[in-house]
Design a binder for this molecule. Structure first.
Ligand code: GLN
Length: 501
């Protein structure tokens, strides 16, 4: 029999909200905590598990229901939170040593909203330090592992969250996506991950990496589950001036268009530059995406080839803009305001230098140096300003493309999960993991990854759906349809069988 923790989150919440049903939030949370206990010594998805907080939140949900109130659309659903989002009273590390024992006093808005919708937080998940990376190997606390093959990476930077969901420990998790950090691990772990439109979700309480690119977003095992969490977390927030009241709201399961209504006149764009013709690309991802598009065309969708030369510049643009913003954002970790401080310095300048040298890992230092250089006098015109001009061209190119198509479809990553250690010594190779994802952040549009199948080794691959700015409703409708008609669904890894019955 399916354990209630393996139902859809809508079903879980409906049962928890029903006073006549014996399923409680407490039961769901206890089961998630049990699964973490069984599996996480191997997967290492969590940096900290928060049983007391989870049980306290679950009991509050159950008490509400007992009092005859509804406890929200996510009542009792266990949630894992990437450790760059603030939960008051729970240590916040960002996968770094520099924050020391820092414990935030306030909520990240999106997490607070999920809890208000009934979610119960079972822990904080591992990530590349300050979300810089594509494998979680840049975490100061060691890497997480891919539940489909423990010798491989789960992707990154939100690898802990993706691994926690894919292994069946939790049905929902939060990640953040600056250049691909939700979509790439979702693809490598065979689950659904959404990078919302820039401004859809408040960034308040998300530790800033590159402020003009960062967006928090959901991981889940199905499109509907992800949509339900996105809907709960989205919306304007007075604490984030870049949050935006988009005209079209996120549509979740209850209001979705009926199957068959979507594909009839859908126009799908295929960007030539995202065709994975480049060296090193794996054909499995390309072939599975092709096959899925063929199915959609058979069901009535139209397919259009779009040439977008500037899309080939995504990586150089991103690796100037993101480090430039990071070098400013990370200036606040100076040993005075937060966390770690060296106790061995003769002067203030030496204190800053030693603190930052001890506290930051190699990749973060590399980004700070790259960003500071790109912004420095004499170089800013050649690097930063040129990158910003290309970024504007990229945004215009997407705007133009979406005048002729409703969505764009591509692979999410050039290849499936790689082995631990395989790319750590080659930063450029690691950066190329994001070749198909960074353009969504640079242009602001929403994009999501759904599972598209597995390669011959059983490693998952992802398909990416891109939509116009503010049109998560269209993106989710297409994703849902692919789940139905093209079998783009989560298949649990063998490891999950130990806990799922
Ligand atoms: N892998 C990319 C980077 O290292 C993207 C990270 C992210 O989206 N947070 O910057």
């Amino acid at each position: 029999m399916t354990h209630p923790l393996d139902l859809s989150v809508a079903e879980m919440a409906a049962r928890v909200n029903d006073p006549g049903d014996d399923l409680t939030a407490r039961t769901l949370v206890d089961e998630a905590l049990r699964r973490i206990e069984v599996l996480d010594a191997r997967v290492k998805a969590f940096l900290v598990v928060t049983p007391e907080l989870a049980r306290e939140q679950a009991d509050a949900v159950d008490a509400k229901v007992a009092a005859g109130e509804r406890a929200g659309p996510l009542a009792g659903v266990p949630l894992a939170v990437k450790d760059n989002l603030a939960v008051p009273g729970v240590p916040l590390t960002c996968g770094s040593k520099i924050l020391g024992e820092y414990v935030p006093p306030t909520w990240a808005t999106c997490v607070e909203r999920a809890v208000a919708a009934g979610c119960c937080i079972v822990g904080k998940t591992n990530l590349d330090e300050f979300a810089m990376g594509s494998s979680t190997e840049n975490s100061a606390f060691g890497p997480s592992r891919n539940p489909y093959d423990l010798e491989r990476v789960p992707g990154g930077s939100s690898g802990g969250s993706a691994a926690a969901v894919a292994s069946g420990m939790v049905p929902l998790a939060f990640g953040s996506d600056t250049g691909g950090s939700i979509r790439q691990p979702a693809a490598l772990c065979g689950i659904v991950g959404i990078k919302p439109s820039y401004g859809r979700v408040s960034r308040n309480g998300l530790v800033a990496f590159a402020s003009s690119l960062d967006q928090p977003g959901p991981f889940a095992r199905s499109v509907d589950d992800a949509a339900t969490l996105l809907k709960a977390m989205a919306g304007v927030d007075p604490l984030d001036a870049t949050s935006y009241p988009f005209e079209h709201e996120v549509v979740d399961h209850g209001e979705a268009p009926a199957s068959g209504e979507v594909l009839g006149d859908l126009r799908i764009g295929r960007v030539t530059e995202f065709g994975l013709q480049q060296e090193g690309a794996d054909c499995a991802a390309r072939d599975l995406v092709e096959a899925t598009c063929t199915t959609l065309v058979e069901k009535g969708a139209e397919q259009h080839e779009i040439a977008m030369p500037v899309a080939a510049q995504g990586i150089p643009i991103y690796y100037l803009v993101a480090p430039a913003e990071a070098s400013s954002n990370l200036a606040r970790y100076d040993g005075v305001r937060y966390g770690h401080r060296t106790d061995d310095a003769g002067s203030l300048i030496e204190m800053y230098a030693k603190t930052r040298d001890e506290g930051f890992g190699a990749e973060v230092k590399r980004r700070i140096l790259l960003g500071t250089f790109a912004l420095s006098a004499g170089y800013a015109d050649a690097y930063y300003k040129q990158a910003m001009a290309s970024r504007a061209a990229l945004r215009d190119a997407f705007r133009a493309a979406f005048e002729t198509v409703d969505v764009i479809i591509s692979a999410t990553t050039p290849s499936p999960a790689f082995r631990l250690g395989e790319k750590v010594d080659d930063p450029l190779e690691m950066y190329l993991c994001d070749v198909l994802t960074v353009a969504a952040n640079l242009s602001g549009v929403p994009a999501m990854s759904i599972p598209v199948g597995q390669d011959e080794r059983g490693l998952p691959l992802g398909l990416q759906i891109w939509a116009p700015l503010g049109r998560e409703d269209v993106m989710l409708a297409v994703a849902r349809e692919m789940e139905q008609v093209a079998g783009c669904r989560y298949t649990p890894p063998a490891l999950a069988a130990e806990v799922m019955s």
